[in-house]
Design a protein around this ligand. Structure first.
Ligand code: OOG
Ligand code: MG
Length: 262
């Protein structure tokens, strides 16, 4: 750790205020180039505490930058992990108020819901599939608090990996007998297909992203509790949205889920 606890708290407060007021800020490493990984996750933890103190409930976790399309788009080379609270959730078919966000983008994802605790280190695809209650389609709405959506990995970790909103829905599927690598997805914006992909785009298998998340949490003394929702990461590049847009995600064999921007 290179930053003091009062600096970590102040940075968490700044990112939290930016999210609540829909305004952007410079990325942390511009001011604090010495910020290390532990500092970055400590800022994320401090933001999480702020959410929980306001009464939000931790509902799960997210992996991000798990596909080459996403890594290329953001100019980085490793996945990152964040948390999800209930206040990020929008009901299937529901409305997202664009003016509560800075510069939102949508991502097509496969979400996991667990039925048993997952622990790392040593978590692998097999442990994840054994602990999965069902998978379901999810649209993640990301919104970097950083100016022009530009950041480096440590800054985006501090910013809870751009988490803002999410919607899940459609037909949940048990993982027995399906191959998540070859499940196809189509994301439509205003009725036009804009993104196409398959599960294997995410680290070769979306469950690998969940395993990496469990191993990351394990290294920090945390686990993924049963009943958690996990977003495994965007299968394709994120797509910018604004008020008036309608987004639908269709996942092969899993129906569809949608969100409207108002
Ligand atoms: C970071 C978050 C990426 C994903 O699914 O890849 C993410 C970002 O691109 O702003 O959520
Ligand atoms: Mg995502």
């Amino acid at each position: 750790m290179n930053l003091t606890s009062s600096t970590l708290e102040a940075l968490a407060q700044r990112l939290d205020d930016c999210a609540r007021e829909a305004r952007d800020t410079v990325k942390i490493t511009d001011e604090w180039p010495q910020m290390d990984w532990d500092d970055a996750y400590a800022i994320q933890d401090a933001m999480r505490r702020r959410h929980l103190q306001r009464g939000a409930r931790l509902v799960g976790y997210k992996a991000g930058l798990t596909s080459h399309a996403k890594m290329r788009q953001m100019g980085v080379d490793t996945p990152v992990f964040g948390y999800l609270v209930d206040t990020f959730s929008i009901e299937d078919g529901g409305a997202c108020k664009a003016q509560t966000l800075i510069h939102p983008k949508v991502e097509p994802e496969i979400a996991f819901v667990t039925k048993a605790e997952l622990n790392g280190p040593g978590c692998h695809i097999g442990s994840v599939l054994a602990a999965t209650d069902f998978v379901i389609g999810g649209i993640e709405i990301i919104d970097s608090r950083y100016r022009d959506f530009k950041f480096d990995l440590k800054s985006v970790v501090a910013d809870n990996t751009s988490a803002a909103r999410f919607v899940i829905g459609g037909q949940p599927l048990a993982v027995n007998g399906i191959d998540l690598r070859t499940i196809g997805i189509v994301m439509e914006k205003n009725g036009r297909p804009v993104s196409f992909g398959a599960g294997a785009a995410v680290l070769g298998h979306p469950a690998a992203a969940v395993a990496q998340l469990a191993n990351h949490l394990g290294a920090r003394g945390e686990s993924i509790p049963a009943g958690s929702l996990i977003l495994s990461g965007g299968i394709t590049e994120a797509v910018a949205v604004e008020a008036g847009d309608n987004v639908t995600l269709r996942v092969q064999g899993m129906g569809s889920t949608s969100v409207r921007f108002i």
